[in-house]
Structure formats: C-alpha cells, structure tokens
Write a protein that binds this ligand. Structure first.
Ligand code: MGD
Ligand code: MGD
Ligand code: MO
Length: 786
C-alpha cells in the first residue's frame, strides 16, 4: 500500500492554520481567570449569538434548564450562578450559532470538493437544516423529504442481513433517544451497537466489572467534601472537565492532597482561578491544585501504581513484624476481597529497576506519593484517557482498583474510583442498552415487554466494525451523531473503504467529514440539538442524561430550533423504525414521540431497580443516583468479592515490533479549543500553542539526539510491521516539558498514525496514547524549519 502523505494542514484535522510554526508562548497564568472570560466572549461573537447566547448560558446545567452538551461532569443540586465553564460555553455557542447550511450550499459544492475542506471549514458553516440524499449523477447532496428518506433507508436495510448493519452512537443523544435506538437495532435483528465509549472508557467498562462488579465509577459529588486525598491519572481537567476544578479547589481549601500523574504539566492541575468568584478575579489569588506532580512516562502508569502498591504492601509487612499499626486495611481485605496474596506476592517480586524503567519515576518520588496515600483516611482515584487508551488500558484500570482496595477505599464516604467520562451522556447510553455486548443488555426483559426474539449474537465493537467495513462484511452504517470516520484510527486505510458501503445514514447537527465518506446510497438527516426547544404533539419535551457519577438529570431546551424542517432525534429513530419494522402492538413509536415521558416509563419497566420513579425524580435538583452495588460493598463478580488482579506486564511496549532510542511514544490528545473532532480554533493556550495544530511537542534531549532544531519540520511515521506505511509530513517540533522518549500530537490530526490493530487488549479501545513512532526531517517543499 502506498503512503498517503499529507503536509501541514490536513483534511483529517481541523483548522486552516498556516503551516509555518510560531514559537510556543508559555502560559504562566492559572487555568480559569480572565483568560476564560475573554474566550467565552469571543466565541459568542464568532457565532453571532451574543445576547441570546448569554441568556441561554445562564440556564446551562440548572434544574430548569438544559444539561450542557460538552463534558459529562456532575451537575450539583445547588449550582453556581453561572454553572458553565469556558469550554461548555463554546459548545453551547457552537450549537446555537446563527449560521446555517441549506440546500443552496449543497447545490454549490460537490462532495469531492467538500472532501478537500478542513473539518473546521465544514462545521463552521453552521447548522444543517434539511434532510438530504446523495445524488450520484451530480455528486451532490440534494434535498429530500423525511418520508422518502425513511422509506429509502428501510428499503436498503430490508435487503441485507441485520448483522451487516452497524448502529453507532456518539454519546450525546439522550437516554430516551438511546433507548429507542437500541430497541430499533434489536427489533431489526442485530447487537451491532458500538458507541464512542469503544474508543474511550471501554477499558473501564471491561476492567472494573472484573475488579469490583460495576462498569462505572463509584464516586459521587458529596465524596469531594469528605476526601483527604485524590490521585489523578491521565486527565486534562482544565480543558476537558473544567467545572470539576470547583470541586478540586474546594477540596484543596480544606487541605486535601491532590497527587497527579501525567507526562504533561497540565495548567488546570497546577493552579486555578475561579472565573466566577469575584475574589479570585479581582485579586491575583489562585489555588494551587496539585500538591505533588509526577511526570510519568507515557504508558508508565501500571509501573508507577505497582510501585505504590509495592511500598504499601512492604510497609505493611514491616508493621506486622514490628507490631506497629497496619498500613493496609486488613479487615476489609479479609472480608471483601479475593486474590490478595497472589497480588501482594507479585508486587513484592517486582523489582525497583523494572518500576523505575517503565514509569521513569524514581523510587523516592513514588515514596512521597505512597506516604500521603497511606496516611489518608479516605482517598479516591480519578482518571481519563491517559489510562484507558493504551494496549494495557484494561490492566491500568484494574491496577487503580487494586491500589484502592489495599486500603479499603471503595464503598465509603470520600473514597472510590472516578473514571471521568467523555460525552455528556455516553455513560447513560450504555446504561439503557446501547452496547454490542449482549450479556450487558436485558434481552429477556425486552423479549417479555415487546414480544420478540432479541438477537443473541455478539455485536461489533468500533474496531470490529471498521474491520467489517474493510473486508466487506459490513454493508450499512447508521451514525446517531458523531464523526466516526474521523475519530477512528488508520484514516488512509479506512477512507476508501467507506465508499464501498451500500448505505450510510448520518443523523447530525453539523456537517463533518464522515458525511462526505458516504456509501452508494447516503442520507444526511439534520436533528435538533439538546439546547433547542423540542415541541411535539404532547407539548414541549424534556429529556434526560446520566453524568460521570451515575446521576440522572433532566434537560429542557431553550433556544428556537435552527430550522423548521428539523426533527428531534426520537422522531428520526421512530421514523426509521416505523418504515423498517413490521408493526408491533407492544411498541407505539408515535405515542413515544408525542410524549417522551412514555419512553421513560418504558425505561423504568425495563430497568425497574435503576430507574425507579423515573418520571417523578429526574427533574429534581441534582438529579437522582442510580444505585451501584459496589458503593454498598456488594460485589457482583464471579468470586462474589472485590478482586485483586495481577497485570500481565508493566511494559506498555511488550509486544511492539521494535524498540530503542529512536522509537518514541506518541500520545494524541485534545487541545483547549476543541470538542473531539470539532475544532473551534487552532490555539491551545494552556500549552502555549498558537495558530497551528500541526505540531509535535517533545523533550529537548530527543530533539538534540535526532538533530532537530526548534520549530523544524518533520515527518512522523508509525513503527509497525504490517507493511502499511503510516506517516504525516510537515509537522513542526517544539521542545516541551515532557519526559524523554515521549511526544505529544493532536487528535484527530495524528489519527492516521494509529494502526487499527493497535488497541487495548480485551477492550479494543484504540491505543491512541502510546503509538510507537519515528521522526525524520521533513523533505516536503516549503516546509523549511521556522
Ligand atoms: N472541552 C472539551 N471537553 C471534553 C472533550 C473535548 O474534546 N473538549 N472531550 C470529551 C471526551 S469524549 C473525553 S473522553 C474526555 C477526554 O478528556 P481526557 O481524558 O483529559 O483526554 P485527552 O485530552 O486525550 O487528555 C489525556 C490526558 O492524559 C495525559 N496522558 C497521556 N498519556 C498518558 C499516560 O500514559 N499516563 C498518564 N498518567 N497520563 C497520560 C495527557 O497528558 C492528557 O493530560 O473529555 C471530554 N470533555
Ligand atoms: N487519536 C485519537 N482518537 C480519538 C481519541 C483520542 O484521544 N485520540 N478520543 C476518542 C474518544 S474518547 C471519543 S469519545 C471519540 C469521539 O468520536 P465521536 O463521538 O464520533 O466524535 P465527535 O467529534 O464528538 O462528533 C462530533 C459530531 O457530532 C455531531 N453532533 C453534535 N451534536 C449532536 C447532537 O446533539 N445530535 C447529533 N445527532 N449529532 C450531533 C456533529 O455533527 C459533530 O460534527 O473519538 C476517539 N478518537
Ligand atoms: Mo470520549
């Protein structure tokens, strides 16, 4: 296969930034503060929504308002006056923008032409407003009617085997839509229901059930007021869940310790000035967030955690020998856990050479962290993509759980595990049945309620769906939101394969590149966003979402819809279902669309323990918590106990084709001005990057060794042995405070470097944070070093 070279600005990526690389500008201020206020004001102006926008922002994450469409962080019962952050405000402005794409736009541009546009150019044209069908003769999207679209989709789906269709969901759609969507797929006959979680926290959903018997985190908001110690791994909080900085700031003011493990010194985890606190804003008072900061090597967490566990276990051995107070919670371990002895032996046998080599942290540094953890009455672990998106992502999650179990830090106030989820309802989508794993869906209950035989075959994960598209086994792709084709790995292998599909259907608010990588028959269906008023026959509708703390909230749109042809997501799902499926007297799609309260009743009938009194409780301030067994120290595992699990290896590269000083580890990560594949602008101000995203941040010693000057143009290529050349040319390197051997680049610009086969073992989450790469000076014309 030939190398598909790209230079400078890529169409995978996002911006039209100039290829020349400006020097980094070090950001010395705290996260938040005046910088945030300025950024909010400028995006409101950019999207032409200043007045309307500020009115709507005041209702963000309020009990009578709407749940923010950005991150999934918890929404308190007593919200701040403005319960939004800079990035939540950007996401709101992006959705309620006054800019529109109508049929004239598509008449003026063929899809081949649009494929040469950047992601930013496509999305910044504004909201989609009419249902469209691809016309092969003119290579354009042409307007169609909803009836024709639903009938056309049904005809194609009826012609194939249900297991040849994939029903993807991106994590934003409500519980009501998601329940209907999963039911639609299963009534049709498939469990092919991957969602963005397959690229995100699936390592959590696979790892935690084996460790503690639940697939989600156990920490709730109140725990932040009781904890003494937070261990933070692989999450860029100031950018990706900024509202959480309020809880961290409050805990720090109480004297709680925050120990961070991250290859990069992320601003929000260093210090924070609350942009909503007059005192913080008018005085230069910023709160120090992390009390210890450990710049672990990319992929070195399992080794670092092993170091912490080893220390605790050996200190406990000493304490027992000397008759001193125990370091481990021996009573908890005896009563509640399984596998402790094997785990303790494995940690005792792990050498400090191995731990220090793989984590690149010193024993002394790990002792400092372990000491604080050992002294904390209640400690919690919080983590993000730096843990899950690795070959050993599942073991990383289980090591975090092992660390907590050693001191009984699950199932009591101030303690627990907190995977910080991504999309605003990604956790909820899994809860109500969007899953490719049949064992996680209540199939018998669905059979009983709806009188059909649900499919029992295992469905396709994201990676398996991509393989199916490549080898022709998948013939149809339906996307409920998202930008799947850009979010996945291996673009230059995958891009041509999409065009061989028979059917693609994209339900979306904004135009993106996935809509242009379409099948022979293709529909683009515009929907209402969550911030818009959703008027149905039964009146204005509420929907619900579940946050990272398993708390369910109501949400009610406030903005006028972007166009009068838009349908709500439930109406689109119902429209497809009615055209596709034989009539089922037990499923009244029309009644559900008229009144979403009936969908919530159906959810409650399906999951009576989880959604008890759903309609009565979902609008209460602060929402309601789903009950989680692990929080009550009940363990739904095979052993009936919480399990200590020994990792296979502490070496993230154990099965990589080659190693040596020239093979570096690349993390692909988000900047401050983006929501996943949606890029609002080229700047990442906390990291000092301005005007371009085509940069690689690396250690000065690596640059010197490789003969690369500051700002030099390079070609980065993947070190893989499958015969496929994966490279991106015209990137610019900058010296950065990052451990030697590590490189940072941006997602999605670098996605073509990730082989589809390079994913977490067992969860199949693409290992986007530990890609083995090599760098060489760029040969591209006009890419001279800056
Ligand atoms: N504004 C905004 N908010 C978002 C999103 C967004 O794009 N924009 N995306 C949403 C989604 S879907 C998700 S999943 C979350 C993602 O939120 P994060 O989990 O913060 O994801 P990333 O931006 O990829 O950042 C990964 C972090 O892990 C660190 N890291 C990388 N490799 C390692 C490692 O090996 N070990 C350790 N310890 N750390 C490592 C990186 O330096 C970085 O700080 O945010 C959600 N919220
Ligand atoms: N290299 C690399 N790759 C990654 C990651 C990484 O860290 N590195 N992160 C992974 C992660 S964690 C995730 S979650 C995935 C994200 O993958 P996706 O969820 O598929 O991608 P998004 O960029 O969030 O999708 C954005 C699009 O969603 C549509 N949209 C927005 N709002 C709505 C709505 O209300 N309804 C509907 N129907 N559509 C809407 C818009 O058209 C917009 O263009 O990417 C993954 N890919
Ligand atoms: Mo995510």
């Amino acid at each position: 296969m030939s190398t598909d070279q790209i230079t400078g600005t890529s169409t995978d990526g996002a911006t039209d930034a100039t290829p020349a690389s400006a020097p980094l500008k070090e950001y010395r201020n705290a996260a938040g503060g005046w910088g945030s206020v300025k950024a909010v004001a400028s995006i409101l102006v950019q999207e032409h929504v200043t007045l309307n926008g500020s009115r709507i922002l005041s209702q963000q994450n309020k009990p009578d308002g709407f749940a923010c469409v950005s991150c999934s962080w918890a929404k308190p019962a007593d919200p701040h006056l403005f319960e939004f952050c800079e990035n939540g405000a950007k996401a709101t402005a992006w959705e309620i923008t006054n800019k529109r794409i109508n049929a004239d736009f598509f008449a003026a541009h063929t899809l081949s032409e649009l494929r040469s546009w950047s992601g930013f150019e496509l999305e910044s044209r504004g909201r989609l407003t009419a249902p469209m069908r691809w016309d092969a003769a003119t290579d354009r999207y042409v307007q169609t009617t909803w009836e024709h679209a639903f009938a056309g989709i049904a005809k194609e789906l009826q012609a194939i085997d249900p297991n040849e269709a994939v029903f993807y969901a991106s994590g934003r759609a409500s519980l009501e839509t998601s329940y209907m969507y999963a039911l639609l797929a299963r009534l049709y006959g498939t469990n092919n229901l991957p969602d963005s979680s397959n690229m995100c926290h699936e390592s959590t959903s696979v790892g935690l059930p084996k460790s503690i018997g639940v697939p989600v985190g156990t920490v709730q908001l109140e725990d932040f007021t009781h904890t003494d110690c937070m261990l933070f791994f692989g999450h860029n909080t100031g950018t990706n869940a900024p509202r959480m900085l309020h809880q961290l700031q409050d805990a720090r003011k109480r004297g709680a310790e925050i120990i961070t493990f991250n290859p990069l010194k992320e601003r929000g985890l260093v210090s924070f000035a609350n942009p909503q606190s007059p005192l913080d804003m008018l005085t230069p008072s910023e709160t120090q967030i992390s009390t210890q900061y450990h710049q672990v090597k990319i992929g070195g967490d399992a080794a670092a955690i092993a170091g912490l566990c080893k220390l605790l276990i050996e200190w406990d051995d000493d304490a027992q020998r000397n008759g001193a107070p125990r370091v481990l919670d021996a009573a908890f371990i005896a009563e509640h856990t399984h596998g402790f002895e094997a785990f303790a032996d494995a940690m005792r046998a792990t050498s400090w050479e191995e731990i220090e080599e793989h984590s690149q942290l010193s024993r002394a540094a790990l002792e400092n962290a372990a000491r604080v953890y050992a002294q904390a009455n209640a400690a919690m672990v919080l983590y993000g993509m730096g843990i899950t998106q690795h070959r050993n992502g599942v073991h990383n999650v289980q090591m975090l759980s092992n660390l907590l179990l050693l001191r009984g830090n699950i199932g009591r106030p101030g303690a627990g595990i907190c995977p910080i989820r991504g999309h605003s309802n990604v956790q909820g989508q899994r809860t109500v049945g969007i899953t490719e794993k049949p064992e996680l869906a209540p199939l018998d209950k669905l059979k009983q309620l709806y009188g059909f035989e649900p499919p029992r075959d295992k469905g396709l994960t994201t990676v398996e769906a991509c393989r199916g598209v490549l080898d022709g086994k998948v013939k149809a792709f339906i996307g409920l939101g998202g930008n799947f084709q850009v979010a996945i790995p291996d673009h230059h292998v995958m891009d041509p394969a999409w065009r061989r599909l028979r059917l693609t259907v994209q339900i979306a608010t904004k135009l993106n590149r996935s809509h242009l990588l379409h099948g022979e028959v293709a529909y683009l269906l515009p929907c209402l966003g969550r911030i818009e008023i959703d008027r149905q026959a039964g009146g204005e509708q509420w929907v619900s979402v579940e946050d990272s703390t398993a708390c369910v909230h109501g949400s009610h749109g406030l903005a006028e819809p972007a166009g009068d042809m838009l349908l709500s997501e439930p109406a689109i799902v119902a429209g497809i279902a009615k055209a596709l499926l034989p009539r089922n007297p037990n499923v009244d799609w029309d009644a559900w669309v008229n009144d979403y309260a009936l969908v919530r009743e159906a959810i409650e009938r399906t999951y009576p323990d989880q959604f008890k009194d759903f309609n009565q409780r979902f609008r209460q301030p602060g929402g309601f918590h789903r009950p989680l067994a692990a929080c009550e120290r009940k363990w739904n595992t095979e052993s009936g106990k919480a399990n200590f699990i020994v990792p296979d290896t502490l070496d993230e590269d154990a099965d990589m084709p080659s190693r040596g000083p020239d093979v570096l580890r690349l993390m692909t990560t988000r900047g401050d001005s983006q929501f996943n594949t949606t890029v609002y602008g080229p700047d990442d101000r906390f990291r000092g990057v301005h005007g371009t995203r085509d940069v690689l941040l690396m250690h000065q010693d690596d640059m010197t060794r490789l003969g690369l000057a500051e700002g030099a143009a390079v070609c980065i290529s993947t070190d893989s042995n499958d015969g496929i050349a994966r490279e991106v040319d015209g990137m610019h390197v900058h010296a950065f405070d990052i451990p030697p051997g590590c490189v940072m680049g941006y997602y999605p610009e670098c996605n073509r470097l990730i082989p589809l086969s390079h994913h977490a073992k067992s969860s199949q989450v693409p290992a986007s944070k530990s890609i083995p790469v090599r760098l060489r000076k760029s040969a591209a014309v006009g890419q001279a070093a800056a």
